[in-house]
Design a binder for this molecule. Structure first.
Ligand SMILES: *Cc1c(COP(=O)(O)O)cnc(C)c1O
Length: 355
């Protein structure tokens, strides 16, 4: 159990108008959580302080070799003022899987969850209640040793910042266009694809720029060796409905194990919907599309929850999925998951955590 010192702001910010569309990740709340780590001493000085800038030495290791990790989850508030998190223990466990890969010290699961709950509780008035809105939570750890040598840092900061965010799609669930990337790769087996760390994103930018320039909103990555098997989308896992069956690439070390992905699979298994985690090649996908068996495509991730895909580009061809509008199953999943998250429907799988 952390002993969290709280220093409240004496100068609260003016909140944005939550009834107007909110930008993603640009507005931050009044407070933030910080805790230090030093080798031999462990994690210490857990505190909630007014949101603001932090000072680091230019030689801090995170700036040079990228030893850092992050997480992403959301808090929701219903009309009765009750606040909820969605499966935060999963983010805490994934934090430690990432930490292990990046030689960052372990952060106890209970401490992670306690820190998130404490800072969200203090800024609970910042959780918007409008349909599709939430408070985005960004926990992260950075290496702070003042040293240019290549070695695991002996000092770290764990922080949690909060950002009220609007509906991911301004006009409801709009299908997106996806660019299947056949030149750049994101991760390879043995690398850090399964870890949530900035380096994976730094190496994704060039392909994303290419996709954006062509009018596609996201990149679909293929495996890093043969560029033949489907891995995942930018910040989402990917699902296909082929001939009535839900198919997603299996976790192979280079794919990020999404919590939304896990929730979709759990839902399918509990509801008796046929689903498979397996290798799926881009050739198989195109064959399914050409024979009319590719019924739906959607991404899954905390930010968008379920994101229908209406269009796929691969090399010189463009494929329209179904009639280009949202699929029936994608919509059903979105309604179920967001219903549980916001407290509108029964929490039959015990995913909701009240603050
Ligand atoms: C965070 C992330 C996801 C989605 O994970 P969720 O836990 O469902 O939010 C998928 N892919 C990548 C690369 C990610 O960073």
């Amino acid at each position: 159990m952390l002993n969290i010192r709280v220093e409240k702001t004496t100068n609260p910010k003016i909140k944005p108008d939550f009834t107007k569309p909110l930008p993603f990740g640009k507005i931050f709340t009044d407070h933030m959580f910080i805790m230090n780590y030093t080798e031999g001493k462990g994690w210490y000085d857990a505190r909630i302080v007014p949101y603001g800038k932090i000072e680091l030495d230019p030689s801090a290791m995170v700036f040079h070799y990228g030893q850092e990790m992050f997480e992403g989850l959301k808090a929701y508030r219903n009309e009765d003022g009750e606040c909820f998190l969605f499966r935060p223990d999963m983010n805490a466990k994934r934090t430690n899987a990432t930490n292990e890969r990046l030689c960052i010290p372990e952060l106890p699961v209970e401490d992670f969850v306690q820190a998130v709950k404490a800072v969200v509780d203090i800024d609970r008035d910042w959780i918007p209640t409008q349909e599709g809105t939430s408070l985005y939570i960004r926990p992260f750890i950075i290496a702070t040793d003042e040293f240019l040598g290549v070695a695991p840092s002996k000092n770290y900061l764990f922080m949690v910042i909060l950002s009220p965010s609007g509906a991911y799609y301004a006009n409801g669930l709009q299908p997106v266009g996806i660019w299947i990337e056949d030149e750049y790769v994101r991760a390879v087996k043995g690398g850090m694809g399964f870890a949530k760390t900035g380096g994976n994103y730094a190496c994704s930018l060039a392909a994303q720029e290419k996709a954006h320039a062509d009018g596609y909103s996201q990149v679909l990555w293929l495996d890093g060796v043969e560029r033949k098997y489907i891995e995942e989308v930018g910040a989402m896992n990917i699902f296909f409905k082929i001939d009535g069956k839900i198919v997603t690439p299996m976790l192979n070390g280079s794919i990020l194990p999404g919590i939304t992905r896990d929730s979709v699979l759990h839902y399918c298994r509990e509801k008796g919907i046929p689903c498979e985690e397996r290798r799926i090649s881009v050739d198989e996908l195109i064959e399914a599309q050409n024979s009319g068996k590719l019924e739906e495509v959607f991404g899954s991730g905390t930010a968008a929850v379920i994101s229908p895909v209406g269009k796929l580009r691969y090399k010189d061809d463009v494929y329209t999925i179904g009639d280009g509008s949202i699929g029936e199953f994608s919509q059903k999943l979105y309604d179920f998951i967001t219903g549980v998250q916001t407290g509108k429907i029964e929490d039959e799988f015990n995913w909701r955590v009240k603050i």
